[in-house]
Design a protein around this ligand. Structure first.
Ligand code: H2U
Ligand code: ZN
Length: 356
């Protein structure tokens, strides 16, 4: 399978115009044998409530404080925050040596339980439940963006991604500065906008729709695709098809449609290897520090580590750590595999069979 748009079956590099990095693609290497580490496949059923889970309703967290008896999403301040609010001026000006640069920062970190149910995930929650999560993200964004330059809303899912607890949950880290990846995307989008007068990601969405080969699905307001420059095997990008810069810009219809799109994508992922598919996902949006954001298009990245089964993952080591990201499976093949998945969750089918 060789074409100018995919770079052919020979090793080649692809450029990521959103953060200015390159990825080495080695399609000829796809069938190499694997004798390395295997992840644990997650197939066990979890209880709806786990009295030992710090994120379940009514359970005492690590601090001893008990969670309320919530239903739907529940947000609380992280008991082990990576950032602290700017209560008092930082007395530490940092070392005098110019090569030891120091920046005082402030921020807030929160945890969001997606549901009272310990056994669910975005893929297995009803669309109305996912819509509540979207509304909670928007409300949190609104609150924190009034005080912080950036609000990073993300989910680490699965032990393979270092997630400490299977209860469906995400995190929110608000910072008074733009983290590096967001700053790189800000620069790249600003530069494209300055040169062309158009937002980079709207141009990109148009080009991907025209190409078609990397689209996973489209809904009324959202486009899900494997980026041309994807580094993780089944990485996806979720883009609005209308120009939204921040979560709070989304109309009620776009939020409901987002809930559907999130359920569909996470179901697709679970179905791919018939497992609770691990990933890190998160939202990037225009800065909230008063700077203009015309060049920005809101989007979510999904970075899943699995490569060829529920137990074999991609490692970013060696050349990736010391050189640049590398992949064997082409983004076009990954998109075709994701497109081929049924929209019904495999566990829903399994439950129906078990109930017979
Ligand atoms: P992970 O799923 O990515 O491990 O995040 C869970 C977060 O929940 C983590 O940041 C917080 C941890 O600090 N947490 C609490 O705030 N209180 C607890 O009792 C348990 C976990
Ligand atoms: Zn729980």
């Amino acid at each position: 399978m060789s074409s100018p748009s995919t770079g052919g079956a020979r090793p080649h590099r692809r450029y990521n115009p959103l953060n200015g990095t390159w990825v080495l693609v080695s399609p000829q290497r796809g069938n190499r044998p694997w004798r390395g580490a295997q992840e644990e496949a997650v197939r066990e059923a979890r209880p709806a409530h786990d009295p030992a889970c710090a994120l379940c309703p009514g359970v005492a967290r690590a601090t001893g404080e008990a969670n309320p008896h919530f239903t739907g999403p529940h947000v609380f301040a992280n008991d082990f925050p990576a950032l602290l609010p700017a209560d008092e001026p930082d007395p530490d000006a940092g070392p005098a040596e110019p090569l030891f640069r120091h920046q005082a920062v402030s921020g807030e970190t929160r945890v969001i339980c997606f549901s009272e149910r310990h056994d669910l995930s975005l893929a297995r929650m009803p669309v109305a439940g996912v819509r509540h999560v979207v509304d909670t993200w928007c409300a949190e964004f609104q609150d924190l963006s009034a005080r912080y330059a950036n609000v990073l809303i993300f989910e680490n899912k699965g032990a393979a991604m270092g997630c400490s607890n299977p209860h469906p949950h995400g995190q929110i880290w608000a910072t008074d500065y733009l983290p590096c990846e967001v700053a790189r995307e800000d620069d790249a989008q600003r530069d494209h906008h300055r040169r062309t007068g158009r937002p980079l990601l709207l141009d990109y969405a148009r080009a991907e729709i025209a190409a078609g080969t990397r689209i996973v699905f489209r809904t009324q307001y959202w486009l899900c695709l494997v980026p041309y420059w994807a580094t993780w095997p089944f990485e996806t990008l979720l883009l609005p098809t209308t120009h939204a810069q921040r979560l709070c810009d989304l109309s009620a219809a776009a939020r409901t449609d987002l809930a559907r799109a999130l359920k569909r994508l996470t179901t697709t992922y679970d179905n791919l290897f018939q497992t609770d598919f691990p990933y890190s996902m998160g939202w990037h949006h225009a800065p909230c520090d008063g700077r203009d954001g015309d060049h920005w298009v809101l989007h979510a990245h999904f970075y899943p580590p699995l490569l060829r089964s529920a137990t074999v993952r991609k490692y970013m080591v060696g050349f990736e750590l010391l050189g640049e990201a590398q992949r064997d499976l082409t983004p076009e093949t990954a998109a075709a595999l994701l497109r081929a998945q049924p929209e019904v969750h495999f566990r829903q089918k399994q439950d129906a069979v078990d109930a017979r």
